[in-house]
Write a protein that binds this ligand. Structure first.
Ligand code: 6LW
Length: 519
């Protein structure tokens, strides 16, 4: 027996999906415009998790050109069947819709390599896949309703997929619009078969405050599905905005080897008022069956702060659970870039990276010279040691990133033997300077740049060599979270460099980056 604290995956790990193979559990989450995409996490007991790879981990596997923030990879589903792992997911291209859609990737080893995408002729988001006892494969997903009666709402469809041709067989059936007539955003559908009955679970209400999880059942995979009178079976919306955990929904179920049932789902922890700068995180909830229906968090009715897992051993929380503190070496699976793989923007160099500056800025829909990590703790420190011989108009620094339009950056430029350091808050595409300092430094002196997150306060610090860094300005995390900006992401902390449109040969030597939870 051991106890795990929720969230089991802190920071931006939304839209979890889980499967079990023997005693091993595998979980994937959404990553939007960040690459590598779709982290694959492994656990033997649901308590201790470690990352073993990514589904989308090589250049060219998917085309991310021009994908805007909060587009990209949405809500994957992972399953194991027939000796291999299957992930279905959506590449959302908000730009022109000419690419993207639902795709399937498979792997013998969940750590990878995963296949190239097999595109499914379907549209909408949140695809899932169900393998029936008779060997038939049923893909299901959600999209804006085609039927006029459900105008402006979403519908859940299911359709059979042929194992050999990977083409649709037979017609599509619309099986669900949400538990209540008029409910919006029926999402994240998953079908299971339990004791001969088909169960459909789906989120509804949208992935924010009104998020909820509902369940329906049927004697046939294509329905008709009838919801339980107990719907929604889990939500936090009735707890109000002052409850410390909001937005519970987007669940996936798994049966443990001992026959117990569990759900992983997303929710957000608020701080600094009704804000959640860490984004949508992954939580674990026990599930029991009563009268042929699943009961989420029995006896509690909301996500428990701590969950007892009877079959779990001594907890050994993994790096992905925010347990690590210190240098984040290049091989660490937490590193991500935007619209490209890290290997396409930087080269490992000792404990850090050589990061060639790029003409693209953080505001452009291009591949910026950027490498970052999720902010996983409300109190945390990120420190980077960077050497760069900057030319005119060139900039290196740290960024607290939400999107192209919204970030706070600590921007260093050079003018002879001085370094100008500014903190710029880019808000809805408009920039304002929050503070600035000038530091004396020779071209080869290392810059020591830091983000000190203390709740909603994001202090941005800069220094040279061994002198103590100074706070240049404090940015406000509650102006950078999705409550303030829209979108689907938590905050990322990263190093970046740009030549602001000009050709450049300059390389930022990011000698070392440390991330440490504080307090
Ligand atoms: C995802 C949808 C949702 O596809 O937000 O949880 C979308 N709600 O299910 C992006 O994460």
């Amino acid at each position: 027996m051991s106890t795990v604290s929720n969230p089991i995956l802190p920071g931006c790990y939304p839209d979890p999906s889980i499967c079990r193979v023997g005693d091993d559990y595998y979980l994937v989450t959404s990553t939007f415009e960040y690459l590598p995409g779709l982290p694959v996490l492994h656990s033997r007991d649901l308590v201790s998790w470690e990352q073993i790879g990514h589904v989308v981990d090589r250049p060219g596997q998917l085309d991310f050109t021009g994908i805007a923030s909060s587009g990209g990879l949405y809500a994957p589903t992972i399953r194991y069947h027939d000796g291999q792992f299957w992930v279905v997911c959506t590449l959302v291209d908000q730009r022109d819709g000419s690419r993207g859609g639902n795709f399937l990737m498979t792997a013998k080893d969940p750590a990878g390599p995963w296949s190239d995408p097999i595109w499914l002729e379907s549209f909408g988001i949140d695809p899932s896949i169900f393998f029936d006892d008779d060997g038939r494969i049923w893909v299901h997903g959600t999209r804006l309703a085609l039927e006029p009666r459900w105008h402006d709402q979403t519908e859940v469809w299911v359709r059979e997929l042929d194992r050999e041709t990977m083409q649709w067989v037979g017609p599509e059936t619309v099986i669900w619009h949400g538990a209540v007539e008029g409910v919006v955003w029926s999402e994240a559908p998953h079908i299971y078969k339990v004791d001969g009955t088909y169960y459909l679970i789906a989120a509804e209400g949208g992935t924010e405050f009104h998020h909820a999880e509902s369940v329906a059942r049927s004697d046939s995979v294509t329905g008709p599905y009838v919801g339980t009178r107990g719907n929604p079976v889990l939500t936090h919306r009735h707890l109000g905005r002052r409850h410390p955990v909001v937005g519970a929904g987007h669940a996936d179920l798994v049966e443990a080897a001992d026959g117990s049932w569990w759900a992983v789902l997303l929710a957000m922890r608020t701080y600094g008022g009704y804000h959640y700068p860490l984004g949508r995180e992954t939580f674990l909830v026990p599930v029991v069956w009563e009268d042929g229906w699943p009961v989420f968090a029995p006896g509690v009715g909301k996500i428990p702060d701590e969950v007892e897992v009877p079959f779990a051993g001594t907890p050994t929380p993994g790096v992905v659970q925010g347990a690590a503190s210190g240098v984040v070496p290049p091989a660490d699976l937490r590193w991500t870039a935007v619209r490209a793989q890290p290997s396409e923007v930087a080269t490992p160099a000792g404990e850090g990276w050589d990061l060639p500056l790029r003409p693209a800025t953080l505001a452009d829909l291009e591949v910026p010279a950027f490498l970052g990590l999720r902010l996983q703790h409300r109190d945390a420190d990120l420190t980077a040691r960077v050497r760069a011989d900057l030319g005119q108009g060139e900039e290196v620094g740290l960024v607290v990133r939400q999107s192209e339009k919204d970030h706070a950056r600590l921007a260093v430029t050079a003018d002879g033997d001085v370094r100008h350091v500014r903190v710029v808050h880019r808000q809805g595409g408009q920039e304002r300077v929050l503070g600035e300092v000038t530091l004396a430094a020779s071209a080869d002196a290392p810059l020591v740049l830091g983000v000190r997150a203390r709740g909603a306060d994001l202090q941005l610090l800069a220094g040279v060599g061994d002198t103590a860094p100074v706070v240049v300005a404090t940015a406000d995390a509650t102006q950078l979270d999705t409550v303030a900006t829209g979108g689907f992401l938590g905050l990322w902390l990263g190093v970046y460099g740009t030549s602001a449109g000009a050709p450049t040969q300059t390389v930022a030597h990011v000698e070392r980056v440390e991330y440490a939870p504080a307090g």
